[in-house]
Design a protein around this ligand. Structure first.
Ligand SMILES: C[S@@+](CC[C@H](N)C(=O)[O-])C[C@H]1O[C@@H](n2cnc3c(N)ncnc32)[C@H](O)[C@@H]1O
Length: 210
C-alpha cells in the first residue's frame, strides 16, 4: 500500500485503519509503535556497540507498544525503564516498570531504577495529557508534560544522549525547542506518516546532550 493510501485509510477508517490493523497483526498492543519505528529509522536511536550497558526510559509507556519495539534492540545487561499512571501487562528481564506519575519521581529514583551511574542513553516520551477538546488548554497540558520530560532528560541523560518527545503543536512550541537547544546540540521536529494527519501531535528529537 502506498504512503497516500495508508494515510487515506488512516483518516477514513478508525479504529480499523491501516496502522491499527497492522499493529494487531504483528502483535503490538498499540498503533503508536509505527511512530517510534519511523523515528528510529530516521534517527537511529538505539544503535550501540554493546561495550557498556544501554539504558532507555519510556515515559508514558502504557499500554506498551514502544516497549515491545525497544526490548528486542537491547543486549545483555541493557535495561528499559517504563513509567505510566496505568498498569501494563508486559513482562521482561530487561524491563523495569513503575506505575507512577512521572512528575513525582525524582532524578535519583530514575537512575536507581536501573542501577545506572553514568545515566541513560535515550529518554522517550509519548506522554499525552487527558484532553478536554479546548485546543489551547490541551496544548498547555501537553507542554507541561514536555517540560517534565525535559527535566527528566536534563537530569538523567548521559553526555550525547537523545531525547524524543511528543508535543501538541501550539504557540509555545518554538520557545520550548529553543530552550532545549541550550542542552542539546541538535533539535529537530518530525511528523511520522503513521501519525494521523488531523492530529496536531509532532515529535521533537533532541540529540547530542551537552
Ligand atoms: C499515547 S499513550 C502512550 C502509548 C505508548 N507509547 C505505547 O506505545 O503503548 C500516553 C500515556 O501517557 C501516560 N501519561 C500521561 N501523563 C502521565 C504522567 N504524568 N505520568 C505518567 N504517565 C503519564 C498516560 O497514562 C498514557 O498511558
Amino acid at each position: 500500500m502506498s504512503k497516500q493510501q495508508k494515510q487515506h485509510h488512516s483518516q477514513t477508517k478508525r479504529p480499523g485503519d491501516f496502522y491499527y490493523s497492522e499493529a494487531k497483526q504483528q502483535g503490538f498492543v498499540a498503533r503508536s509503535v509505527f511512530k517510534l519505528q519511523e523515528i528510529d529509522q530516521k534517527y537511529r536511536l538505539f544503535s550501540h556497540s554493546g561495550e557498556k550497558p544501554f539504558f532507555v526510559i519510556d515515559l508514558g509507556c502504557a499500554p506498551g507498544s514502544w516497549l515491545q519495539y525497544v526490548l528486542p534492540k537491547l543486549k545483555q545487561g541493557d535495561k528499559v525503564l517504563g513509567i505510566d499512571l496505568n498498569k501494563i501487562s508486559l513482562k521482561d528481564d530487561k524491563l523495569v516498570f513503575m506505575q507512577r506519575d512521572i512528575t513525582e519521581v525524582t532524578s535519583q529514583e530514575f537512575l536507581d531504577a536501573v542501577g545506572s551511574t553514568e545515566g541513560y542513553d535515550v529518554v522517550l516520551s509519548d506522554m499525552a495529557p487527558k484532553t478536554c477538546g479546548i485546543k489551547l488548554v490541551d496544548q498547555e497540558r501537553s507542554l507541561d508534560l514536555c517540560r517534565e520530560a525535559a527535566r527528566v532528560a536534563r537530569d538523567t541523560l548521559r553526555k550525547n544522549g537523545t531525547l524524543v518527545i511528543k508535543i501538541f503543536q501550539g504557540p509555545d512550541v518554538k520557545k520550548f525547542t529553543d530552550e532545549l537547544k541550550h542542552d542539546f546540540k541538535e533539535v529537530k521536529m518530525f511528523k511520522p506518516d503513521s501519525s494521523r494527519a488531523q492530529s496536531f501531535e509532532i515529535y521533537i528529537v533532541a540529540s547530542g546532550k551537552n
